[in-house]
Design a protein around this ligand. Sequence first.
Ligand code: 13P
Ligand code: SF4
Length: 300
Amino acid sequence: MNFTDKLNALKKEKDVAILAHYYVDEEIQALADYVGDSFYLAQKGRELTNKRIIMAGVYFMGETIKTLNPDKKVYNLNWLADCPMAHMANEKDIVDMRNKYDDLAVVTYVNSTIETKALSDVCVTSSNAAKICKKLKEKNIFFIPDKNLGAYVSEELPDKNFIFNKGACPRHNQISKEDLLALKDLHPRAKVLAHPECKREVLDLSDYIGSTKGIINEASKSSADEFIVVTVKAIRYELERLNPDKTFYFLDKLTCLNMNMHKKEDLLTCMDDPFNEVKIDEDLRQKALKPLERMLELGK
Ligand code: 13P
Ligand code: SF4
């Protein structure tokens, strides 16, 4: 049996669905049943009826699915693949902010730990953050952990008072305007599509700003045929699959070291490693469920 036959047999025997983020290796994306951005993966993860779900992404993605769909066995393809930004918000800052403002909503990017989610009023992803913040009745918004996404959203909602903390994606945040200008010099006709986790100086040079799915949609519907894409390079697979006649350029250093940890061979063995199965204390899960469900409701 070749690899795909073995995987299909395992999926059938164990009743497994495989979910993957656009940032994982293209071979894994090609083998997955569902591929998407973090909002889509949360929505899909909640509705799946398979007994087992394998999540090829970073740790919080598997944790989010387990929170929303607790009766299923959820496995991270490799539990060591974590998102560093998820750990850049802390309980003390949330408590302090709640003491400071009566009229406060704690808005937490899904790239966060379950403990942080449990203390939050609502979760957001990059595809729905502005839409959700707009619907909140509170004037003051403590947006954690991503200061870049928060700043981008705040510009769309001048009537709200945004407060940020210091978190950022180490991969997107390292990109400077000089990096982008150098690539623009090489490809002056290319449209620039950027993820809102980038710094303001990069977003200022961009023609479109959006989530991974937003970037894919924009490239697909645009009449342009050349694009500079300022997000993790592995998104190239889906961009080229959908747009074989268009050309995409990337910043070489924009990789995600954590998403890169996944290997397709692990699809056959990840369910054997007890560390990969997501387990969540029920009280904590119930607390984190509320802001996640609110996101799915307000963000749809
Ligand atoms: P998306 O929500 O756009 O998929 O982004 C997730 C992420 O981790 C970006 O770095
Ligand atoms: Fe986290 Fe950045 Fe990787 Fe996205 S690209 S998963 S925010 S480290």
